[in-house]
Design a protein around this ligand. Structure first.
Ligand code: GUN
Ligand code: FE
Length: 447
């Protein structure tokens, strides 16, 4: 790949001192950030490579979302106003069970497109039970950075036909992990994804953890303690609270990402801390499904890793990280005070904290020499009201005022994926038309 020079008005680095650089340029070589220096120091006339002039724009690191369901994008708007277990039983399990390879492909494309055009360059996806290779194919052809894995289900009282044997789950997971872990030039890695306690036997949960040892750099990704009825059922099934149960079967460590984590007792919070578990906070999903408000300020005070994820499109009905950042800040303020969950903290959760959660902070999550060039160019002029971009106010503008509309361009690994707010990968009109067609063709059996 040729060298590229990216000129910026401001670079919000998200490095350890949160430097915001003015009139700097990023030199990219083969997808990697080779240097970051004042623009004036570059001899632009004789530069050997491509120059991208964003000298009136703000450049931020690509966002990292640590809990997504690409397979659900097609079902946006079809599972509204329900609480979690009804939402799964009456809508989402029947829909996922009905997926064909074609419908899954379009769902993944719609999701990846929505994420990339919204500035998300890395995701942790919880796949679906069957045809997982389709999601991997789409992640690879898009060039996005991702952890993904088939969602494992070997018991399912809510919707029995959406289930396979433990042996089938383990065998197919192993095969998909062998085929795709480390693919896409190392951008795609495996995320082992037993769905949640209610749909997994203890054997499946434990043997999956064992299997991870063959795949260095992979993560273990599941849902925990999202909904009161869910945790009551876990208590009846296991005699324990959800996180206590996970600890007792040995699946908690620093490569475990737990989505949600709302209903935890003190012992469970200590356990997450002791085991360096990563929490993926999904505020809009937690609100829309009526699950509650996670005590994120408390977790952060304890030193627990918290990053952000939009969850699935039928949870909230948007995959925008801007919405998640905004809500992550706002929902805590009436409870913990207006100084809690400040904009900088939330912006770091959506970038470097996500990269740290996935152990890829040497390559993503901030704009620093030696990292991969995952960059988002924001046009903060495109707004009804002028936005403040002074160094101390820029985080507020991004977290409290900006939306996906402000995303002008997106690079992953130094490759341009979105230009002038439009995808360079997909024809969006066609995607939507194909999505509607595939949805109409699905045979969904609702119990
Ligand atoms: N728990 C188990 N499956 C799911 C899911 O698909 N979405 C959410 N929000 N919670 C879950
Ligand atoms: Fe989820």
């Amino acid at each position: 790949m040729k060298r590229k020079l990216i000129l910026a008005k401001k670079i919000v680095t998200v490095n350890s001192s949160n430097d915001v650089l003015e009139n700097y340029a990023i030199l990219i070589n083969d997808g990697k950030i080779e240097s970051i220096n004042p623009s004036a120091g570059f001899n632009l006339k004789n530069f050997d490579g491509e120059i991208a002039d964003y000298s009136d724009s703000v450049i931020i690191p690509g966002f990292v979302q640590t809990h997504i369901h690409l397979c659900q994008t097609l079902f946006r708007g079809l599972a509204d106003d329900l609480e979690l277990l009804d939402w799964l039983q009456k809508r989402v399990f029947p829909f996922e069970n009905a997926h064909t390879k074609d419908s899954l492909r379009i769902s993944a494309q719609l999701g990846i497109n929505d994420l990339l055009t919204g500035g998300t360059t890395t995701l942790l996806d919880m796949g679906t039970l069957r045809h997982q290779e389709i999601i991997f194919e789409e992640l690879i052809s898009s060039g996005i950075r991702a952890f993904a894995g088939n969602c494992m289900i070997d018991q399912n009282e809510l919707y029995p036909s959406f289930c396979e044997s433990k042996e089938w789950n383990l065998k197919s997971t192993y095969e998909w992990a062998k085929a795709f872990h480390g693919s896409s030039n190392g951008k795609v890695k495996f995320g082992f994804a037993p769905r949640f306690v209610l749909s997994c036997t203890e054997g499946l949960l434990k043997e999956t953890k064992e299997m991870m040892k063959d795949f260095a750099g992979s993560v273990y990704h599941t849902h925990s303690s999202e909904n009161r009825k869910e945790v009551e059922t876990v208590r009846v099934m296991t005699g324990k609270e959800n996180v206590e149960y996970f600890e007792s079967i040995g699946i908690l460590d620093d490569h475990t990402v737990l989505a949600h984590c709302l209903h935890l007792n003190d012992t469970e919070i200590k356990s997450l801390k002791k085991n360096s578990v990563r929490i993926s906070h999904c505020p809009s999903s937690n609100l829309k499904l009526g699950s509650g408000i996670a005590n994120i300020p408390r977790y952060q005070d304890e030193g627990i890793s918290v990053s952000l994820g939009a969850d699935g499109a039928p949870c909230n009905n948007s995959l925008s990280i801007f919405r998640e950042m905004n809500l992550a800040a706002l929902i805590q303020k009436p409870i913990h005070g207006s100084t809690s969950m400040d904009a900088l903290k939330v912006f770091r959760m959506a970038t470097i904290e996500g990269a740290k959660a996935l152990h890829i902070d040497k390559e993503a999550g901030s704009i620093e020499t030696g990292k991969r060039a995952d960059l988002v160019i924001l046009n903060l002029e495109k707004t009804d009201q002028p936005m403040q971009i002074d160094n101390d106010k820029i985080y507020s503008s991004i977290v409290y005022s900006a939306t996906k509309e402000n995303v002008d361009a997106v690079y992953v690994d130094g490759e341009l994926k979105v230009e002038k707010g439009k995808s360079l990968l997909y024809d969006e009109g066609k995607l939507i038309a194909e999505g509607k067609k595939e949805l109409m063709n699905l045979t969904v059996r609702i119990n």
